[in-house]
Design a protein around this ligand. Structure first.
Ligand SMILES: Cc1ncc(COP(=O)(O)O)c(C=O)c1O
Length: 417
């Protein structure tokens, strides 16, 4: 094995959890120990593990077909998913280009935006307005839209040069600076790319939804495409189905992934508006065609699970549950974590939480130590540097939310009693 974002020489010493099975919101390791999945298996799981309805949807699809290519041909499972998703996503007359990972959805989005202008005969629109602290994935295109950090600076020579970067949400004047850059560069921009409302991987920096809406509407007024990367924020995490909806935003292109199939299987999509897709219509085999596609884009098993997942959101009134649990989580964090001497700041939007630790000096690896202590206490957490991320599964019970915050509070005491 070679694990992502993991130093393999130290892997065994870091006592990794070896998952063998799961039940509800708990992962169970090879020794039978249980861990509450407080990071939703890296932000992908929405309704829990081994949800009978999702398991059944997967088994039923297995009896039909697991996968057939979407390059040129269709598959009913994927068509049904697109039809069900279209009225749910905040994109006008939505068209779905399916892939497997979030990074691939972003890669597709940036190419669609680039070719959109080319197809319309507008040359010189090859820049992307992007934000500081942004994270859009690890492929070279998505890495280029993202900011540095996460140990990726050595790849700087590989990043494409066509980005105009203004400060991220943590800076009070981020909106004004983005608006100024937009006004100055509008004619050369293919798109503005942003993580609506929450910059997740940066450490959960939260913007005011009206500020996000102000940037989006300024870009759209200036005729620049807007790409909203909802890979992390989509499917209920922020309290809305999509974070774009918190500010009433309708992007021209949207990227979704992670929770699309409830965290069961890898499926993502680039969602283009009807007008964007229309720019690609032309002669068969002609140059207006989008020459991009992945072998497993639109996997039928994943699509069948995603379709059932979407209907469960309605049936179970998941967003109402998220709102109640988010409110409870906020209260508990205020009571037990905010003001703890080990904590600098707590940032939250819905069920996305970043607890910024305040180590007295660098190099103490507090993030790592706090999470290790929480794991010891049976709650699986993973830090982003010295930010401890809490991302409960959307169906977590009140008792489970309580357990998570309790374990975090105890873990904080281990670095600063
Ligand atoms: C906003 C955002 N975009 C893209 C990605 C990349 O998704 P994936 O890891 O599925 O490639 C992530 C992953 O965390 C993300 O948070």
């Amino acid at each position: 094995m070679w694990h992502g974002f993991t130093q393999m020489a130290a892997y065994a010493d870091n006592r990794p959890v070896m998952v063998e099975r799961a039940e509800g919101r708990e992962l169970i390791d090879v020794d039978g120990r249980r861990y509450l999945d407080a990071i939703s298996s890296l932000w992908v799981n929405t309704l829990g593990h081994r949800v009978p309805e999702l398991d059944r949807a997967l088994r039923d699809q297995l009896d039909r077909v697991s996968h057939s290519t979407l390059l040129g041909h269709g598959n009913t499972a994927v068509v049904e998913l697109a039809e069900a998703l279209a009225p749910v996503v905040p994109v006008d007359d939505a068209r779905f280009l399916f892939a497997s990972d979030g990074a691939a959805a972003v890669e597709q989005a940036l190419k669609v935006a680039f070719q959109y202008w080319w197809n319309r005969g507008e040359r010189g629109r090859d820049r992307y307005l992007v934000l500081g602290d942004a994270y859009h994935g690890d492929t070279v295109g998505s890495l280029s839209l993202g900011d540095g950090g996460f140990g990726t600076d050595l790849f700087d020579p590989l990043r494409f040069p066509g980005t105009v970067r203004t400060p991220g949400y943590r800076h009070p004047g981020w909106l004004e600076q983005a608006l100024a850059a937009l006004a100055e560069r509008a004619g050369s921009l293919a798109a503005v790319v942003l993580e609506p409302v929450v910059q997740g991987a940066a450490g959960m920096y939260v913007a005011r939804p009206p500020d996000v809406a102000a940037l989006v509407s300024a870009a759209q007024r200036a005729g620049v495409l807007v790409i909203c990367d909802e890979v992390a924020t989509g499917f209920g995490r922020t309290g809305a189905m999509f974070a774009s909806q918190l500010g009433g935003v309708r992007p021209d292109i949207m990227c979704i992934g992670k929770g699309l199939a409830g965290g069961y299987l890898p499926i993502s999509a680039t969602v283009a508006s009807g007008p964007v897709a229309a720019a690609f219509e032309g002669d068969d085999l002609g140059e207006r065609t989008l020459y991009h596609g992945h072998s497993f884009g639109g996997n039928a098993l994943a699509a069948a699970v995603a379709l059932r997942h979407l209907s469960l959101f309605e049936e179970w009134k998941v967003l109402d549950h998220v709102s109640a649990r988010a409110e409870q989580l906020g209260r508990l964090l205020d009571a037990r974590v905010v003001g703890h001497p080990a904590v600098g700041e707590v940032r939250r939007c819905g069920l996305m939480v970043g607890v910024e630790l305040a180590p007295p000096r660098p190099g103490l690896r507090w993030g790592r130590r706090v999470c290790a202590a929480a794991v010891e206490a049976g709650v699986l957490l993973r830090p982003l540097g010295d930010v401890v991320v809490l991302m409960p599964i959307l169906t977590s019970t009140a008792e489970e939310i309580d357990r998570m915050v309790g374990a975090l509070a105890i873990a904080l005491d281990t670095v600063h009693p």
